[in-house]
Write a protein that binds this ligand. Structure first.
Ligand SMILES: C[S@@+](CC[C@H](N)C(=O)[O-])C[C@H]1O[C@@H](n2cnc3c(N)ncnc32)[C@H](O)[C@@H]1O
Length: 316
């Protein structure tokens, strides 16, 4: 991974998922142990197992990353929605740029046997991890419809696809207008005539602050660390840390230095690169919680909330 670093406290990059190397044994009742005692003992062991499901020593940072920030099922549902609304047909082929473990490619081909996916990433280590897992997750037949390419997205040449995806803000690693425009031009050339380029974007006043945001997950805490922001260059340095119930930590498991692009800038550059137009999908608000409700609609008017995520659909 081009921008990922591990520190002394982080575990080896390749490894087994903590969940899969769990060694706590289920109890076997001794002679004379009653069923109730045995049940209680098993419950205690299960509690202990959950509490120490992951530790800095045993956890795998790629798995933790997937569990923390990726939701391939929802992403694929959203692609289907956007295609239906913007094109009135099913999307069959995708290219997932900056694919990392390529978990979206896997979900894509798993859904239907007429779908294909290409994943592109610079980093052979993360691609190898993804390839191995994908085979276990989706099986050989579906895997035959996935191509993983170790390549720079700026220069990769692939067959034309219905959609190119650039998700989780990875294209923000391209820090100048020229680089971003070159990338968008090359995506434009990689799309079929009615192709759609799908990207995400985040913003709001919090996006420009230096702050840490911890989120409790099942068996570990994910920490998004907006470590440094330089308003003169527009560059932000961010880290992902993981913390575990046994008190150990994986500091700087991932590091990203990227440009904090804004929605209008991105849309202007998409147009400069040849896209006919772009539309923005903005999330609705749950009236009770005042949080996002997971429903996305095309809009030209958003709310100035402290933190938001939006999707851009660029139309060839
Ligand atoms: C933030 S991760 C994204 C992983 C995943 N796609 C997601 O949605 O969460 C960024 C990935 O982009 C890759 N990357 C960075 N620059 C790249 C480039 N110029 N070409 C291809 N891959 C690149 C890194 O190796 C890393 O795996």
């Amino acid at each position: 991974m081009a921008d990922a670093t591990t520190t002394e406290t982080a575990p080896a990059r390749a490894g087994h998922a903590a969940a899969e190397i769990e060694t706590v044994q289920a109890g076997v009742p001794d002679d004379g142990e009653t069923a109730t005692m045995s049940k209680r003992r098993k419950k205690k062991q299960e509690e202990k197992r959950r509490k120490h499901k992951y530790t800095a020593e045993t956890a795998d940072r790629h798995l933790l990353y997937e569990l923390s920030v990726q939701d391939p099922e929802t992403e694929v549902d959203l692609i289907d929605q956007m295609w239906l609304e913007q094109r009135g047909r099913r999307c069959l082929s995708i290219r997932e740029d900056f694919c990392g473990t390529a978990v979206v490619c896997g979900e894509w081909v798993k859904r239907s046997d007429d779908r294909t996916a290409i994943g592109v990433d610079l980093d052979p280590e993360v691609l190898g991890w993804g390839r191995e897992r994908m085979l276990e997750r989706i099986g050989e037949e579906a895997m035959r419809r996935v191509t993983l390419l170790e390549h720079d997205v700026l220069s990769v040449k692939t067959q034309q696809v219905d959609s190119v995806l650039a998700m989780n803000f990875s294209y923000w690693l391209l820090k100048t207008r020229d680089l971003l425009r070159n990338y968008f031009r090359s995506v434009h050339a990689s799309l079929v005539d009615d192709g759609l380029f799908l990207l995400d974007c985040y913003g709001g006043s919090d996006a420009f602050s230096e702050m840490e945001e911890p989120r409790e997950l099942d068996g570990f805490t994910y920490v998004w660390d907006q470590h440094h922001y330089n308003p003169i260059t527009g560059l932000a340095r961010n880290y992902i840390h993981f913390e575990f119930p046994d008190g150990t930590e994986m500091r700087e498991a991932f590091e990203y230095t990227w440009r904090l692009w804004t929605l209008p800038e991105i849309r202007e550059i998409l147009e400069e690169a040849g896209f006919r137009k772009s539309v923005v999908y903005w999330e609705g608000t749950d009236e009770e919680t005042e949080e996002g409700n997971g429903e996305w609609e095309v809009s030209e008017s958003g709310e100035a909330c402290p933190g938001w995520i939006a999707y851009i659909v660029a139309v060839k």
